[in-house]
Design a protein around this ligand. Sequence first.
Ligand code: ZN
Length: 442
Amino acid sequence: MSSQSASAHPSATDDVVELCRDLLRIDTSNTGDTETSAGERVAAEYVAEKLAEVGVEAHVRESAPGRTNLVARIPGTDPSRGALLVHGHLDVVPADASEWSVHPFSGEISDGYLWGRGAIDMKDFDAMVLAVVRDWQRTGVRPPRDLVLAFTADEEAGGEYGAHFLVDQHPDLLDGCTEAIGEVGGFSYSVNSDLRLYLIETAEKGLEWLRLHARGRPGHGSMVHDDNAVTALAEAVARVGRHRFPIVLTPTVQAFLEQVSEALGIELDPTDPELAIAKLGPIANLIGATVRNTANPTRLAAGYKDNVIPSRASATIDCRSLPGQAEIFLEQLREVVGPDIEIEHIQRQPALETSFDGDLVAAMGAALRAEDPGARPVPYMLSGGTDAKAFAKLGIRCFGFAPLRLPADLNFSALFHGIDERVPVDGLQFGVRVLDRFLRQS
Ligand SMILES: [Zn+2]
C-alpha cells in the first residue's frame, strides 16, 4: 500500500496519476490501419522503462513495425498455482481535438479529473497495474502466485496485431495462466449514498461479422429488369435491420437483472426485461444489448456506373451473439435473410461466459468492500468485445475487473470512445488501492 513506500519514492496513489498522465500524452491512436496508426511502440517502451526502473524485465514482441506488445512475469510465492494474467491495451481510438474541451493528448488535470483519450479506455488501468507493481517491487511485496502482465497493441481494431498475435505466436509468454483480469468492469454504479453496484464483467457477447451477397442478371439501367442484385440485397438488409431476435437471458444477465432490480426496487418481468433495463439510466445502453442476439447492417457495396445494373451486391452485418447462441442465431438469421442471399463469415469470435463464484471473485468483492463499505459486486455481460476473447482461446477464465469508483452523476458509458473522456483522479487512486488489495489476495 502507498503508506509502505520508501520515502524516496512516490506512493502508488501518487505514481498512478503521473503514469496515467504520461501514457495519455503518448498518442496511440489506432485507426484500424497500421500505416496511419502510431505511438504503440512509444507507449510500450515507456511501460518497459517504468518496469525496468524497479527491476522487472519485459518481453517486447512486435507483430508489425510499431505494433508493439509487452509481457512481463512477476514470480509469485507459490509457483505451483496457475498464474494470473493482468492485461491492458495501450492503443486508443482516435480523437478529434476540435470537439474536445481540452486537447485529447494533453493529459490535463482539472475539476478533479485527468482528461484525455484513453483515460478510461484504458490507460487508467494500465497505470494502476504499473503503480501497484512498482510499489511492490520497491517494498519487497511478492504476489501469492505468478502475475503475468500483458500490455497490448491493437485492441481497438480487433487485436490481430495485439492480443491475438501474442496468443497465436507467443503463447509461451502466457504459460500457466489460468485466470485473467482486464477491462471493462469493476466500475461503480451508484444506487444511493450507501450503495454502489460494481459491475464485474463475467461474459462477453460473441462477434459474427457477416457479408451478404446477392446476385442477379446484369443489364442496362434503362430497361425493364426483374432480377436486380441491388434490389434483392436491399430487401434482405432492410429485413435484417428491422428484425428483433427473441429475448434469451443467460445466467450472467439473469443474475445482473435480479440484483439490480432488487437494489433499485424496480419490478423485473423476466419475459420483458427491457422495461426494467429502461430504468437503469446511463447504463441502460450498456446492458440493453445483452438480452438478445443483434444484427446491424453497417456497410453496402454495389455497382460501378449509374446506368449499369450490376450482377452482384454485398452488405456487411455486424452481429453479436449471446453465449451458447451462435448456431441458433445463424439459423434464425438465415430465415430472415431468405434463401437467395449467400452469407459469408468475415470475422468470428465466440462469446464468453464464466460463473460469478470462486476465490478470485471473492477477492474482488473483499477488496472493493474494504475501500468502499457500500460496494456490492454484480456480474454483467459486455455487449462488445475485449482482448479477453483472445486470451480465452488459451483456456484462461477471463473477468473484466479494472476497479474504479465513479461520481454518481458521471455518465460513464458515454465516455467510452466519447468526447472529453476523463477519469476522476480520486477514482484512479481508489482503483490502485483496490487492485493492490485484490492482487495480494488473488
Ligand atoms: Zn478498451
